[in-house]
Design a protein around this ligand. Structure first.
Ligand code: ATP
Ligand code: MG
Length: 445
């Protein structure tokens, strides 16, 4: 049983209201809503511009030359300059692609009509028979409920919202006596959005992910492993407007090539939600071998992590990213106690963001399933962190202890060696390129 206080996991925009029986109607526009951007003041156009870019990127395969009309609080998307109807495939694409899209609260395919009661009645009366037939077929027995809800932004409109709703009830209930009005939980719901220039009529809402459009908050570098957590952490950062670059560590030859192939699959999936992030890999094995040969075994994991965040900070600085993101989750494993998170963080001046710090594992798994990374993460492939992993890792380290361990190593030289073998990857083609330019990045040690 889900707890009452459980967080609403990703895709928490408007409630999804696409019913399984929803028929295809020849809609001529899509209304896009964006709650959070609506609270912005003079810089709203900056966020809207990012949102338009995201919509074009995400829907470009189905909407080749869409036209966008910006109105107060809404973006209307028309299928082309010449107008025309959305195809069934385009409506399906909205249902499939919008739910993960950061920045969007919800979208509705629907009809744009003139701002007159006659035009609104004509449109509803034209399409209602098809809508009702599909609904009645799906609810062959039992109660059929309906609602017409009106949002009257243009106060010059001659009928008030309630008057229009009552007028619809009068007309429709006479023609369809099987329907009963239920304003809160209607099976069949029509929304009439009276704007300043035109009215938009719809009968379906597709929830987006809420939050802010990617790219509007700047860049971060995520430490991406093949696990369940870090991909969700990346997505959560995107949902707050970040563009995410990716860094993974492997330990070749102690980890197989499949370690990298798996992460490349995750990068491909995550890039579906944003403008493509860069993907780099660093071989940590030289550092891990030195730690194995010189340091107290129990500190290995934390020493690896301190090296990882230093290298990540260098890559982030090189890319101009402002923070390093991890999938850390308080108390999940030995390296994630408050003490160890603190000693790991102390290895760099770069800001480390841990969006999943307080999440329940079940919520993380649910989110991973929704964004499509769960099935990729569950493939079992050795991870860099498990190489020479200690039997009894220290759970409460101090910076002094770790500095003493690191003093046993040629730290700067080892970090430099790891960085010199950094590679840049194309997650689509799996092509790998050397990345010697990264040696120009500032390294903390
Ligand atoms: P995940 O947290 O992604 O499920 P995990 O649980 O195997 O993977 P942890 O041991 O929890 O990894 O590591 C905590 C965080 O450290 C990860 O979320 C990730 O951000 C980072 N990390 C761990 N291993 C790697 C790696 N091989 N490459 C890049 N980052 C890593
Ligand atoms: Mg984890």
């Amino acid at each position: 049983m889900r707890g009452r206080f459980r967080r609403p996991v990703v895709f928490s925009g408007d409630a999804v209201e696409t019913k399984p029986w929803q028929p295809y109607l020849p809609y001529d526009a899509v209304s896009c809503r964006y709650n959070e951007i609506g609270t912005k003041g003079h810089n709203r156009s900056f966020f809207v511009a990012h949102l338009l870019e995201a919509l074009k990127r995400r829907l470009g395969r189905w909407f080749l030359k869409p036209v966008f009309r910006l109105e107060m609080g809404r973006i209307f998307m028309l299928p082309s300059e010449a107008g025309g109807s959305l195809t069934e495939m385009q409506v399906e694409a909205l249902r499939k692609e919008i739910p993960g899209l950061p920045g969007i609260s919800s979208v509705s395919p629907g009809f744009l009509v003139a701002n007159t009661p006659e035009a609104i009645f004509a449109c509803v009366e034209k399409h209602f028979p098809a809508l009702h037939a599909a609904y009645a077929a799906a609810v062959a027995e039992g109660e059929r409920t309906y609602a017409v809800r009106v949002n009257r932004m243009d106060k010059r409109f001659p009928l008030r919202s309630a008057e229009l709703e009552v007028e619809f009830a009068r007309r429709l209930l006479k023609a369809y006596p099987d329907l009963r009005v239920d304003l809160r939980h209607a099976g069949l719901r029509i929304e009439i959005d009276i704007r300043t220039e035109r009215t938009f009529i719809s009968c379906e809402r597709i929830a987006g992910a809420g939050g802010l459009p990617t790219g509007s908050a700047g860049g971060v570098l995520a430490m991406l492993s093949g696990g369940f957590d870090s991909p969700v952490a990346c997505y959560e950062m995107m949902r707050r407007g970040c563009n995410v670059d990716f860094l993974t560590f492997h330990s070749s030859p102690y980890t197989p090539p499949a370690t990298l192939t798996k992460v490349a699959g995750l990068v491909r999936k995550l890039n579906e939600y944003q403008k493509r992030g860069r993907f780099v890999a660093i071989n940590l094995a030289p550092f891990q071998k030195a730690v194995r040969d010189n340091c107290d075994e129990k500190y290995r994991t934390v020493l690896y992590r301190r090296a990882m965040v230093r290298l990540a900070a260098a890559v982030a600085s090189y890319f101009g990213d402002l923070a390093v993101v991890t999938g850390d989750n308080l108390g999940q494993v030995a390296s994630q106690t408050l003490e160890n998170l603190s000693t790991i963080g102390a290895a760099t001046r770069m800001m480390i963001l841990r969006p999943l710090l307080t999440w329940d594992k079940l919520d993380i798994l649910e989110a991973a399933e929704r964004i499509g990374t769960e099935r990729l993460s569950k493939e079992e492939v050795p991870d860099s962190c498990t190489v020479f992993a200690p039997k009894f890792p220290a759970t409460r380290t101090t910076v002094e202890e770790l500095l003493a361990e690191e003093a046993k190593l040629p730290l700067a030289q080892l970090l430099c060696e790891c960085l010199s073998k950094c590679t840049l990857h194309n997650a689509l083609t799996l092509a790998e390129h050397p990345f010697p330019e990264i040696l120009a990045a500032p390294l903390e040690s």
